[in-house]
Design a protein around this ligand. Structure first.
Ligand code: GUN
Length: 292
């Protein structure tokens, strides 16, 4: 079997077009969605990520403000910036790029963001909403994965989904979203015994651990769907995921490439969450019930 690709660039373009229309409607009412991005320090990967986020905002007409600060910024100063953004009516979404320098408590910073502006979906109230099935912001990467499954009309009901990785950003919320769509979910991590025995039973595998080749051909049931959230570098410095793409694409029915798979979807869902946040705050514009 040779897999069909789930193209994150194409799907992103379609979704961004639809978002642009919603942004135009909001702008007409004088409520252009606004996203504030804070970058502390000079982590090279983070610099690329925030640049791409700001560029994507421009593409759909979202107003973005990028605040770059030196890594000498104190936690107190960062909390004061967030407090000001919480009160700013032109800002509908606040994103603090992670990781933060070690002298800053990331969780404290995340909790300082107004839950109404938590477009990353990392606030404890967003996590609680997802856990209980209430309306709220979904974290962008697993949300993007759900959109990719939707794009191939994949019915999760009764399927066995194996998620590799239990981070708060991807693995745990991914498991919750799949569960909400009635999949049977196995959440694997560094202490999981016999990972291959579990993945071989899976109809769907989401690899999100940041380890190159964590999933190989022999670990995948023919016809399974494989989503690769990994962002690693091979020995030549080329971007690659967590999945051995050449091998796994011979057995999976669908697979996401790296680059051009989940990555662009993460940014698209950030745009989605920002537009939704603006819609929630502006009652004159039609308000969709759910973010997802
Ligand atoms: N660092 C890596 N991924 C993310 C993300 O999705 N949001 C934020 N804020 N920081 C990140």
């Amino acid at each position: 079997m040779t897999s069909q690709l789930i193209n994150g660039v194409e799907l992103s373009n379609q979704l961004r077009q639809a978002l642009q229309t919603r942004v135009q409607a909001l702008t007409k009412e004088g409520h252009t969605p606004g996203l504030a991005v804070i970058l502390v320090g000079e982590n090279p990967a983070s610099q690329v990520y925030v640049r791409n986020k700001v560029k994507a905002c421009d593409q759909v007409g979202i107003h973005s403000v990028l605040e770059k600060t030196p890594d000498t910024l104190t936690e107190k100063e960062l909390l004061a910036k967030i407090e000001a953004l919480n009160k700013d009516p032109l800002v509908h979404g606040i994103l603090v790029q992670l990781p933060l320098p070690p002298h800053i408590d990331a969780q404290r910073v995340i909790e300082a963001i107004s839950p109404q502006k938590d477009v990353d979906g990392f606030h404890i109230s967003s996590a609680g909403a997802l856990m209980t099935g209430a309306q709220g912001f979904w974290p962008c990467t697993p949300f993007g994965c759900m959109k990719m499954l939707e794009s191939i009309h994949y019915d999760l009901k009764g399927k066995h989904a194996v998620v590799i990785g239990r981070s708060n950003i991807v693995g745990k919320p991914m498991a919750m979203m799949l569960l909400q769509k009635n999949a049977t979910v196995t959440l694997c991590h560094s202490h999981t015994k016999n990972l291959a025995d579990l993945t071989r039973q899976a109809d769907l595998i989401v690899a999100a651990v940041g380890i190159r080749n964590v999933l190989t051909k022999d670990m995948v049931k023919p016809g399974a769907v494989v989503l690769d959230v990994g962002m690693n570098r091979d020995e030549e410095g080329k971007l690659c995921g967590d999945v051995d793409f050449n091998g796994v694409s011979q057995v999976a029915a669908f697979i996401t490439p790296v680059p051009g798979g989940v990555g662009p979807m993460t940014i698209t869902m950030l745009l989605h969450n920002t537009v939704w946040a603006a819609e929630q705050l502006n009652s004159t514009v039609e308000r969709p019930l759910q973010s997802n």
